[in-house]
Design a protein around this ligand. Sequence first.
Ligand code: 13P
Ligand code: SF4
Length: 331
Amino acid sequence: MTHCCAVFANTAVRSTVRSPGLDLPADLFAAIADLKGELNAVVLAHYYQEPDIQDIADYIGDSLGLSQRAASTDASVIVFAGVHFMAETAKILNPDKLVLLPDLAAGCSLADSCPPVEFAAFKAQYPDAIVVSYINCTAEIKALSDVICTSSNAVKIVNQLPRDRPIIFAPDRNLGRYVAQETGRELILWQGSCMVHETFSEKKLVQLQVDHPEALVIAHPECEPPLLAYADFIGSTTALLKYVQGSSAQEFIVLTEPGIIHQMQKTVPGKVYIPAPPIANCACNECPHMRLNTLEKLYLAMRDRTPEITLPPAIAAAALKPIERMLEMSA
Ligand code: 13P
Ligand code: SF4
């Protein structure tokens, strides 16, 4: 059985692999807990982080939940266990706080698929358009946007926009297509995509359904339309988790990054969660950016107060407005 097709049951274990040559405490979990107190720090983690990181986080959530928590925290230091655009959003919301990202190279292929100069030229072709940008983009793209959305509030936000104005939706064409379908609005799509959510194999998914006829298919809207067509439920990572929690079904085929399965196993043990396999025989359904963060790097970031997220103040100020608009429109 290859890694990609493994069926996950309730097997949560702590499996920290140690890097030789680093001066690390014997108990990283205890050391991180101590540092949290010392720094008055909060650890915010996305569901795609490795299980150990999820287990030491103060809050685990989807992009909207993480932004809301970053906006409301009274901690002095935010340790962001996620990717760069997420930590950057936390910094934009908290310009005076220290925001740490365990590995500064933890980027996002979707954010990379929308370079600011090209996007500004694209936007200039539609001067009347309202620009809605998915939070998976750089601060520069946010600064060029009217409102930000996440996968959990995109439909709600687009539904609140005036019907007589065109709408540009960037950067994810798959989420954009899904939102257009759900709202009945015609959206002008930037053609970006996520390398992880485009990796799933339709053929292997169909085979899994044959092998597990009772399993429900649950999918993230960043998946491509032919895969989404098989879904019994589509939603953000938090929505997928809540769906599993509220469902009487016992088996689920999970069409998103398999990190989320750790929380499914923890909160609803005993059910069977099957990660949807990628086309190739690889672990490329795991986000290589998210997985750059490790418990060791998180500890070192807290110990050394680096790497820190910094932003040019003008970009941060311009990016704050559409993020705040999103938070108001999601309330
Ligand atoms: P959500 O957790 O907001 O659903 O987003 C998924 C994702 O791809 C984050 O990069
Ligand atoms: Fe970006 Fe895709 Fe990774 Fe999410 S899963 S951080 S969208 S590359």
